[in-house]
Design a protein around this ligand. Structure first.
Ligand code: C2E
Ligand code: MG
Ligand code: MG
Length: 430
């Protein structure tokens, strides 16, 4: 290793990485980026002097250059961090070989003697198939990997490669997602919630649907993930809210029940949420009491303080608040006292088990009783058969939602279904 290779050279590194990414893009080969960190170097300098520290750094650089054999692939990019670019790989499996080799060589060559504190080697890795990611994205993925390893995670190359392969389709999907949002290509389907006492439809939940031509249906969870990854969660939710409110405005009075929309965890604590909802209600001329927001239990307990305040504000505006997937978030009983909700929705996981599992049935019964004590209405989601419905009725559940009554339907089909049963599917179904 020459002296110059010990010098920090971030610019040289970024340029070299850019060149390799470009090369991969044109040749269709792959590349890897390894970040090799001598993470306790500061401690070694402190204990044994800079001379020893420098010796270790020089030796690490020398070994990396010797392993690479290629020009402009090894750089020192931090006080104790080297970047090792692995260009022109025919198969990503070579990365595993390179990693093992580097690990073994450095473990051996950085040993001085028993009196010297051993070097703690931490290696982070990014795989970039066919140069599809930019050089900066590659670097930040390698940095994230290194950060995970420093926190104690084990570097799993196979899963890194699988993750990378699936992220290739994500990149394409992300692109389609942005276009779909722009082109208004999403749809909402509506699933009725039925009041068990009156047998009437008392509200409906709006559920996102995306049919991508040539691909098929993309699940709403996936769509929400895509929105999050591309930083468009707010825009997607605004679309959902406006589309639902437009439906409320257009529907005949016979369907005069509130609509529920799902609000993603990331927006629950956002001060923009209330403004967005208020703005949309004003645009469509809909009363706040006709809108229910569903937020998952997990999202609310994530940041209790901010989340509760924000949700309290929505309640003050007159908007209904439903706690979705209840029972999965491990909240404590004191939660009931503080949550400003109007309704809780027991997660399908429990609903599905109440017929066969006595404990789950008892649990659902207790949740219903406590919820009632605090004045919440209880919805059971995922009700698929009459027996489960009967059991929920006996446990005191107020409202059910599930395939037993109806799947989520497109707007016109829901309106036809409502006409047919006159808004009272419960009368015939129970
Ligand atoms: P969720 O809010 O808990 O919605 C209930 C899910 O259960 C829906 O799945 C619904 O179709 C399904 N379901 C209803 N009844 C039954 C039943 O009897 N049996 C079974 N097996 N399933 C039933 P879907 O539409 O696939 O939505 C999944 C999740 O995606 C939703 O769970 C919600 O968390 C999310 N999601 C859907 N639409 C939106 C949206 O517009 N925005 C956001 N942020 N998330 C959404
Ligand atoms: Mg929901
Ligand atoms: Mg749910």
């Amino acid at each position: 290793m020459t002296e110059s290779q010990l010098v920090l050279d971030r610019d040289g590194f970024v340029a070299a990485l850019g060149g390799v990414v470009e090369q991969a893009r044109t040749t269709g080969n792959h590349l890897g980026l390894m970040l090799v960190d001598l993470s306790n170097l500061r401690l070694i300098n402190h204990r044994h002097g800079y001379e020893i520290g420098d010796l270790l750094l020089t030796e690490a650089g020398r070994q990396l250059v010797a392993t690479s054999k290629l020009p402009s692939t090894v750089f020192r990019i931090g006080g104790h961090t080297f970047a090792f670019i692995l260009p022109q790989l025919n198969t990503p499996a070579f990365i595993a070989l390179a990693l093992n080799r580097v690990q073994r060589l450095l473990d051996e060559s950085l040993y001085i003697d028993d009196a010297i504190t051993p070097v703690q080697l931490r290696i982070g890795l990014a795989v970039n198939l066919e140069g599809k990611h930019s050089s900066l994205a590659t670097l930040s993925r390698a940095e994230a990997s290194l950060a995970r390893v420093k926190r104690g995670a084990v570097l799993e190359i196979d899963s890194l490669i699988v993750e990378e392969e699936s992220s290739q389709t994500d990149i394409a999907l992300e692109q389609h997602f942005s276009e779909a949002l722009y082109d208004n290509a999403f749809e909402l389907h509506f699933q009725p919630k039925v009041d068990l006492r009156s047998g009437r439809v008392c509200s409906a939940e709006a559920l996102l649907r995306w049919h991508l031509p040539g691909y098929g249906a993309v699940s709403p969870e996936r769509v929400v993930q895509l929105a999050e990854d591309s930083g468009q969660m707010y825009e997607l939710t605004r679309w959902v809210v406006n589309r639902a409110l437009r439906a409320l405005r257009d529907w005949p009075d016979t369907a005069g029940f509130p609509l529920a929309v799902n609000i993603p965890a990331g927006l629950v604590n956002s001060p923009d949420l209330a403004d967005m909802l208020q703005g949309a209600l004003a645009i469509w001329g809909v009363e706040p009491s006709m809108l229910i927001v569903e937020v998952t239990e997990g999202a609310v307990i994530e940041d209790k303080e901010a989340g509760f305040n924000n949700l309290q504000h929505l309640r003050e505006l007159g908007i209904g608040l439903s706690i979705d997937d209840f029972g999965t978030g491990y909240s404590s009983l004191s939660y009931f006292k503080h949550i400003p909700a109007t309704e809780i929705k027991i997660d399908q996981f429990f609903v599905r088990r109440i017929l066969n599992d006595n404990q789950d049935r008892a649990l659902v019964g207790i949740i219903i009783d406590i919820a009632h004590l605090f004045g919440f209405s209880v919805v059971a989601e995922g009700v698929e058969d009459g027996q489960t419905l009967q059991c929920l009725r006996e446990l005191g559940c107020d409202v059910v939602q599930g395939y037993y009554f109806s799947r989520p339907l497109p707007e016109t089909e829901l309106l036809a279904w409502l006409r047919e049963c006159d808004g009272q599917p419960g009368i015939t179904a129970s």
